[in-house]
Design a protein around this ligand. Structure first.
Ligand SMILES: Cc1cc2nc3c(=O)[nH]c(=O)nc-3n(C[C@H](O)[C@H](O)[C@H](O)COP(=O)(O)OP(=O)(O)OC[C@H]3O[C@@H](n4cnc5c(N)ncnc54)[C@H](O)[C@@H]3O)c2cc1C
Length: 386
């Protein structure tokens, strides 16, 4: 049992859930942990190679059924996200965007032909997807998006720009959300289509082991078959985001756990004033408060996962989890940083890398403020943002 699991939440997991967690933890130990600090420093990640490895283990779209997907429980998927993000939030982002955003969009809203065309190779990690909702001038308010799709005979013609898109420069297929005369619709766009230009966003100080890009759509002509037929209105992309946010609720705990384990070990071995840091009351107070928050977050994630498995999870409940667990994970990462002193800012330790990553996680998939407003709306019946 992990010393951080103060409430013995692990005992509520099934044998299968623990088994999946152990397999993913081993994968991260073997294929991510030894290299990730270097990827982060260089601002590059072998995403395609990793995707193939993740595909072999069934981690891509693992909570979906059919088309080569593993069909695992929401809790097992959450535990996998936790282990991946203990490696790095960028690695979990690769898996989340592939499985919970791009694959989910096609799985939930696509035609039979689209599902057959894309999902099996996406599950195997041979085809990479991205999910393009955000634009340069429209982030928290996607309803006002400027990207347009107009009919031209049987074809659709897309025009606009998408910004901050994870996996953009390595994607084979982009799920693009655009405004039409009938409202917002989704399209599965092969990225080799004439008129699609993708540019990498460099100089990020966060999620550096993750690919992020801008997608320009210059009168991109698509056949009618590219439109996701069941995606009608903004609720379609928001449905995908609810899926992905559930993974983040768990994933953020992974980043926090890695920080806490690092800080615990460091405090036990580093001596000042002739004693280990861990023996100082102020250090113990920090560790105790962080472990309490971590345990509460774990309970929260498990409750949301169980609700998802019972098909009863509401979007505002996911907002509770995303708001709390990312906010607390970031606070834990920053506090652990103080325990490591100067070493806390060194790339030789993972703590500041996790903290910097969590700044992006705090913002993407709905900022903390937007999740507060979603919860506020649930409580008051009044929307402060729409
Ligand atoms: C590394 C990274 C990867 C990303 N990957 C993807 C991706 O794969 N696909 C995708 O579509 N997008 C992606 N995003 C974009 C992300 O979802 C947006 O950044 C996010 O939705 C916020 O939008 P914005 O950055 O335009 O901020 P803005 O919407 O401009 O918000 C700025 C600030 O104002 C606050 N604010 C806005 N409106 C209100 C309001 N009504 N009340 C109170 N406060 C408000 C926000 O909470 C925030 O603090 C990614 C972002 C990052 C950083």
């Amino acid at each position: 049992m992990s010393p951080l699991d103060l409430l013995d939440v692990d005992s509520s997991l099934s044998a299968e859930e623990r088994q999946i967690r152990a397999v993913v933890r081993q994968l991260v130990d073997d294929q991510v942990r030894p290299y990730v600090a270097g990827w982060y420093e260089e601002g590059r990640v072998p995403a395609r190679e990793l995707a193939r490895e993740f595909g072999k283990l069934g981690l891509l779209g693992m909570h979906l059924t059919g088309y080569g997907c593993a069909g695992s429980s929401a809790v097992a998927y959450g535990l996998a996200c936790l282990e991946l993000e203990a490696g790095d939030s960028g690695i979990r982002s690769l898996v989340s965007v592939q499985g919970a955003l791009a694959m989910y969009a096609i799985w939930r809203y696509g035609s039979a032909e689209q599902k057959q065309r894309w999902l099996p190779t996406m599950a195997a990690g041979e085809t990479i997807g991205c999910f393009a909702l955000t634009e340069p001038d429209h982030g928290s308010d996607p309803a006002s998006m400027a990207t347009r799709a107009r009919r031209d005979g049987d074809d659709w013609v897309l025009h606009g720009t998408k910004m901050w898109i994870t996996n953009a420069t390595i994607a084979d297929v982009a799920v693009i959300w655009a405004r039409t005369d009938e409202g917002i619709r989704g399209f599965a766009v092969p990225t080799g289509t004439p008129g699609v230009t993708v540019r990498e966003i460099r100089r990020k100080m966060s999620l550096r082991a993750s690919v992020t890009g801008e997608i320009s759509l210059d009168d991109v002509r698509l056949p009618a078959s590219a439109r996701l037929p069941e995606a009608v209105g903004l609720k379609a992309p928001l449905g995908c985001l609810t899926e992905a946010r559930h993974g983040i609720v768990w994933g953020a705990l992974g980043a926090a756990r890695d920080c806490l384990e690092t800080a615990l070990e460091y405090a036990g071995s580093r001596t000042q004033f002739g004693r280990p840091l861990a023996s100082f009351q102020l250090t113990q107070a920090k560790l105790a408060d962080m472990a309490v928050e971590w345990s509460k977050g774990y309970l929260l994630a498990l409750q949301l996962g169980r609700l998802a498995d019972a098909d009863r999870l509401r979007p505002d409940q996911v907002s509770v989890g995303k708001l709390n667990n990312v906010r607390e994970a970031l606070a834990i990462a920053r506090q652990c940083r103080t325990i490591l002193g100067a070493n806390g800012v060194s790339g030789a330790y993972p703590v500041l890398r996790h903290a910097n990553n969590l700044e992006s996680v705090l913002t993407y998939e709905g900022t903390s403020e937007i999740h507060q407003l979603v919860i506020g709306q649930r409580l008051t019946g009044l929307s402060a943002f729409a």
